[in-house]
Design a protein around this ligand. Structure first.
Ligand code: BGC
Length: 764
């Protein structure tokens, strides 16, 4: 067996070593590589580029014309990364240098999901992927994507390596925070909206990590063994929707193997499914260092190789040999030996430049340099989007006797008048103060938003601001001794205790505990601050305690019964503190609903070692379709909090369900009424139960809509279910089929509160 190759980002040993150097390199390299600007690749009406700069032609025709005009060296230049590589080129993840004589602009790629992140500075750190999915709000997700794309362009970047859309197969998945939860339908909707937003700019999005990249343990080598139906039903739909509905410009093949071959040399995935079945006409870029061969990768359908560095030969014992499988020498040798054909190379280049034409990258070229690198890309509008996503993505899991919002709470120990201020608010926790919050508002790894220069609004600052406006007083303790937490909590009217968990790329979480971490550049590592005892102390001392969890995925809650309220804002980005305070004070609602189930304990979903993390290099997905709530429903297990769950500050009634056949699908409508006395939003969810003989999980999310209603107001919600909502993948016929018969329809505010029931017999 060949030794696993590693990248700097993924090696367990290297992050500490290079963490301090990394950000320095970004700046230093930027300064050293500040080359004179190349000729701008603008529209050239009658110059040598006229044939492909003519916007009246289709992107495909323009791509063909350009490829015809290129010599072999120019073509080979396009399919691998340029020097200087990785962070040394203005903190970007990688680039392909412009070819000015052909008017081809630089292709500059950067991370990603929570904004223009990685080693970029002066950009908006938005709430992370799991928070974006928690909003269940496609319009807001599109605004978010649009803001991210705009910042990218301003920074000299035209490919955002986002969104990540792998499925939360296990609750401990280290990169869970980057993704959109456990359900393929919700993940698809979120991915489509974010991609559309990014590509509203002359910037390509990138659907990653394709595919079945659902664990960080052994992520560079593990072979995910998964049957075709499970793959099509659970692990691929978000990618499929990204291609078919959002016309995503690029797709990133993953580190892992899928049913044998590595994802980046996996013909069934890259050619059969992606290109033939879905009609993808953009490019496949490798994850950084995920390429393992030249000829098999070319033949499988990999277009662009990326890696962290072009390692000198002396370093091959550490990082593996042949870090450039798509180097000109290797590809020329493969051509010479007749192992690949010129048409392969033409196809690869065509795949790369076609979406560049389609999305305006030639007309609106970027040129990285010191100026864009240092430029402040944030705007007041983008900060407002960050705030909106943070509040709309915050999930309220508990609110005993309407403890929240604070402004309406009764008075506590200090005896102030209810609703009129004068309260004492105790804020507790390292994660609440500016230093802790700077580390807790984004997960670790390539998507980490450094927030440099530092301007994260911490929970403490946000609450102080609101408290001042409401005439309340704030006291703060770090809470790490437990004793200070107890003391502060016992003298307060309301307690807000903030805890965090430092999830990071490159490692799954060992359990569902709370481990804070500190981050240097994109590298975060755990620090020994005790938080569970802090929460215990606070909730014991004062039942009017709100526990705030700045986490990347589900965590255990042994203190839950004693807590007054629980909020999960996930990793909330730069505006976290402002959004949190406005939710606490009821200026805004906690608008989020869980995109994944919270288990009662680590062991509730019983993975065998063979299933996860795997044995003999293989992780066997023998649970099939029973992922997330599908498993809990099939096994009649009660989770801690179910998929789709989340409370607001008002209540809703559901009535008048109507289900009828419409085309090859169905039309579902029902009434939702706000029965409380505050304006509020709800997310009615539609689940479909296939006939038993289809062998599907008991029910699956197939539609939802976020509605906002005034007190007493009601609305009729109409949701269209297309044929696919009733179809299962038939591996024998290689297509989707609808099992004839009665499909149940269940509607409610979450997966375990389905108040309206009906059925339909789709035509199929
Ligand atoms: C990650 C990708 C990321 C890339 C470039 C890899 O380690 O898996 O998600 O886009 O690095 O930074």
């Amino acid at each position: 067996m060949t030794r696993p190759r590693r990248t700097l980002l993924t090696s367990r040993l290297t992050p500490r070593l290079i963490s301090g150097l990394a950000s320095l390199l970004g700046l230093l390299g930027a300064a050293l590589t500040a080359l004179p600007p190349l000729a701008p690749a603008g529209a050239v009406a009658d110059g040598p580029c006229a044939a492909w700069m003519d916007r009246s032609k289709s992107p495909s025709a323009r791509a063909d014309a350009l490829v015809r005009a290129m010599d072999l060296d120019q073509k080979l230049h396009m399919v691998t990364f340029g020097n200087p590589p990785w962070v040394t080129y203005y903190g970007t993840a990688g680039h392909v240098t412009a070819i000015p004589e052909l008017c081809v602009p630089d292709l500059v790629l950067s991370d990603a999901g929570s904004g223009v992140a990685g080693l970029q500075i002066a950009t908006t750190v938005f709430p992370s992927g799991v928070a974006q999915a928690s909003t269940w709000d496609p319009a807001l997700q599109r605004r978010l994507g649009r803001a991210i794309g705009a910042e990218a362009h301003r920074k000299g970047i035209n490919v955002m390596l986002a969104p990540g859309m792998n499925i939360a197969r296990t609750p401990v998945l280290g990169r869970n925070f980057e993704y959109f939860g456990e359900d393929p339908y919700l993940a698809s909707r979120t991915a489509v909206s974010v991609i559309n937003g990014i590509q509203d700019n002359p910037v390509l999005a990138d659907a990653k990590h394709y595919a079945v990249n659902n664990q960080e343990t052994d992520r560079m080598t593990v072979d995910a063994r998964v049957d075709e139906r499970t793959m099509r039903d659970i692990y691929l739909p978000a990618f499929e929707a990204s291609v078919k509905e959002a016309n995503v410009g690029s797709v990133m093949c993953a580190y892992n193997r899928v049913n044998g071959p590595y994802a980046c040399e996996n013909r069934p995935l890259l050619t059969k499914i992606l290109r033939r079945d879905w009609g993808f006409d953009g490019f496949v870029v490798s994850d950084w260092g995920a390429v393992h061969s030249t000829v098999p990768s070319v033949k499988a359908g990999l277009d662009l190789e990326m890696n962290v560095f072009d390692f000198p030969a002396q370093l091959t014992p550490i990082f593996g040999a042949g870090s450039r499988y798509y180097g000109a020498d290797s590809l020329k040798a493969a051509l010479r030996d007749g192992k690949i054909k010129p048409s392969h190379i033409n196809g690869m280049v065509r795949n790369i430049v076609r979406p560049m034409f389609e999305h305006g990258l030639f007309e609106d070229p970027v040129k990285p340099g010191l100026d864009p690198y240092l430029r402040d890309a944030t705007t007041p509008e983008h900060l407002a989007v960050a705030r909106d996503v943070a509040a709309e993505g915050t999930v309220m899991l508990k609110n005993r006797r309407d403890l929240l919002p604070i402004d309406e709470t009764e008075t506590g120990t200090t005896g102030a008048a209810g609703g009129a201020g004068g309260r004492t608010i105790a804020v507790i926790g390292w994660a609440a103060n500016p230093i802790g919050a700077a580390n807790a508002t984004s997960g670790g790894g390539s998507s980490h938003g450094s927030g440099l220069p530092p301007r994260v609004v911490s929970p403490l600052e946000g609450i102080q601001r609101q408290a001042r406006a409401h005439g309340d007083r704030v006291i703060y303790v770090e809470g790490s001794s437990g004793l200070d937490a107890r003391l502060a909590a016992s003298v307060a009217d309301v307690v807000v205790v903030v805890a965090t968990d430092g999830s990071t790329e490159g490692a799954d979480r060992p359990d569902l505990g709370l481990r804070p971490s500190v981050c240097v550049a994109v590298f975060c590592s755990a620090i020994p601050i005790e938080q569970e005892a802090m929460i215990e102390a606070a909730v014991e001392a004062n039942p009017r305690t709100v526990v705030v969890l700045d986490v990347g995925g589900p965590v255990r809650m042994p203190w839950l019964d004693k807590a007054g309220a629980v909020l999960v804002p996930w990793y909330g980005g730069l505006e976290h503190g402002n959004a949190l305070a406005s939710v606490l004070y009821g200026e805004r609602e906690p608008g989020g609903r869980l995109p994944q189930t919270f288990p009662r304990s680590e062991g509730q979903v019983p993975f065998t070692q063979q299933q996860y993390p795997g044995r003999d290099g293989k992780a066997v997905y023998s649970e099939g379709l029973l992922v997330g709530y599908r498993w809990y429903d099939a096994k009649r297990e009660r989770p801690l909090f179910p998929f789709g769950f989340g409370l607001g500050y008002t209540t809703f009634r559901y009535s008048d369900l109507s289900v009828r056949r419409a085309g090859k699908g169905a039309s579902v409508s029902f009434r939702v009424r706000n029965t409380g006395d505050r304006v509020g939003s709800d997310v009615p969810q539609v689940y479909v139960a296939a006939p038993r003989r289809a062998g599907e999980p008991p029910r699956q999310l197939k539609g939802f809509e976020k509605v906002e209603l005034q007190p007493g107001e009601s609305t009729r919600v109409r949701i269209t279910l297309d044929r696919r909502a009733f179809a299962q993948w038939d591996p024998r016929r290689d297509r989707w089929k609808v099992t004839p018969g009665r499909h149940g329809i269940a509607v409610g505010p979450h997966s375990r509160d389905l108040r309206l029931r009906g059925a339909v017999r789709p035509r199929g």
